[in-house]
Ligand binder design. Structure first.
Ligand code: FHN
Length: 401
């Protein structure tokens, strides 16, 4: 059942913002080799706890700085990994002894996060992994023949796993005030997901947005490391993307996306009426890598000048063009021009009558004439005004369909 049609909750904050920060941070950050390090390197739990969790100190943890960076980037919400597959919880859960309240920082890391994000006027999201490599009932076999101790065939093992999963979610949904977004990771095995648990979550947090990855189609379709709008047009969707090749901090990862690529992703997701959830992987001390700060600030400056062309945009009816992307909001059509076009650009798929055309950043008028569905934009500069992307705003008669 798709919950989207049955909820009275107001998710307009999600539709308006079109952009959020994803944070992958935990014991794995100490290894500096990504969040799957324990699995890839087949590290036994005790060794993993001793090498990584015990040394996860969060000594420079400043969630207010994370929230300020998200705001400067133009993001409207922040989603943090409360517990990733390794089982290490960022909050003092009663379900295990492997958490930040007892090991490493020896304090609750979620409470200051929630307070800082709310104080910045942003929405709060909790990522939660149904997979838990540490749980004795978790079937290791699902993780590439990793010698897990859990026997998934036994109903008792599944029941114990479900009970722990539910208890942790109840802790998260009752211990930190209003939570705006529950972000499940891919569910392995899928039958761990139960609509009943989501219905309990909604009873505890009536206005919460839930993504679909827990095995039941809920409010938000997720496209991971790709920008693929769902075929159905009545469902919210979000593309979650990394800034380099890893989610968790990886000291050897130098493959950083550019600010221009971030702007391109923003235009692509907004053109599809979707959101971009862009990941950061803080170091174990809580500091944010300089490259991340630079890229988010530079792309954020573009968004500060051109946000009207991204925020609140609906799914565009136009196909992409070889010069860029088209986003739509009401009777405004935004042409995001990325490639040099010479002095004229012809766009041939607009049925609506164009009433005005201007550069969105700065407002200078743009000469145009329309011949049926063909729109000619004249006397464009050979060097586009903005190195990241130059956007022309068209005011048209009616809303494009
Ligand atoms: O295995 C995880 C991965 O570590 C990361 O958290 C991503 C983020 O969406 N989700 C899973 C891979 O699909």
């Amino acid at each position: 059942m798709n919950q989207q049609n049955s909820t009275s909750a107001d998710f307009s904050w999600f539709d308006h913002s079109r952009y959020g920060m994803f944070v992958h941070w935990g014991a794995y950050s100490v290894a500096a080799r990504g969040e799957w390090v324990r699995n890839r390197e087949r590290i036994p739990q005790d060794e993993y706890a001793r090498l990584y969790a015990d040394n996860f100190r969060a000594e420079k943890y400043d969630p207010a700085a994370w929230a300020a960076l998200a705001k400067e980037a133009g993001m409207g919400y922040v989603v943090i990994t409360t517990r990733h597959h390794d089982g290490f919880a960022l909050w003092p859960t009663a379900t295990s002894d492997f958490h930040a309240g007892r090991v490493g920082p020896k304090r609750d890391l979620l409470k200051p996060f929630v307070e800082a994000v709310r104080a910045a006027g942003l929405r709060v999201g909790f990522y939660f992994s149904p997979a838990d490599w540490r749980h004795s009932d978790y079937p290791g076999s699902y993780y590439r023949d990793w010698p897990g101790t859990g026997d998934w065939c036994s109903p008792d093992a599944r029941a114990r796993m479900l009970s722990c999963y539910r208890e942790q979610l109840v802790e998260l949904m009752t211990g930190y005030g209003k939570i705006d977004y529950l972000w499940y990771d891919g569910c392995i095995p899928a039958d761990l997901a139960t609509p009943e648990i989501n219905e309990e979550v909604i009873r505890l947090q009536p206005h919460i947005l839930i993504n679909e990855r827990n095995g039941a189609p809920w409010h938000v379709h997720i496209s991971e490391q790709a920008i693929n709008p769902p075929k159905r047009r009545d469902m919210r969707w979000e593309a979650c993307m990394t800034l380099n090749d890893n989610w968790g901090w990886h000291a050897g990862d130098t493959n950083w996306k550019s600010a221009r690529e971030v702007v391109k992703m923003l235009c692509e997701t907004a053109a599809g009426g979707g959101n971009l959830l862009l990941n950061i992987g803080p170091r174990p001390d809580g500091s944010v890598p300089g490259e991340t700060v630079r890229i988010l600030r530079e792309s954020g400056a573009w968004l500060a000048r051109n946000g009207d062309a991204i925020r609140g945009c609906e799914r565009s009816p136009f196909t992409w063009n070889n010069w860029g992307r088209v986003t739509v909001r009401g009777n405004r059509v935004y042409l995001h021009i990325r490639n040099g076009t010479g002095r004229e650009l012809c766009w041939a798929e607009l049925k609506n009558k164009v009433l005005a055309a201007r550069w969105l950043d700065g407002g200078a008028p743009v000469k145009f004439d329309q011949q049926g569905e063909r729109l000619f934009l004249r006397d464009l500069p050979v060097e586009l005004p903005d190195p990241l992307t130059s956007t022309i705003e068209l005011t048209v008669e009616g809303a494009p369909e």
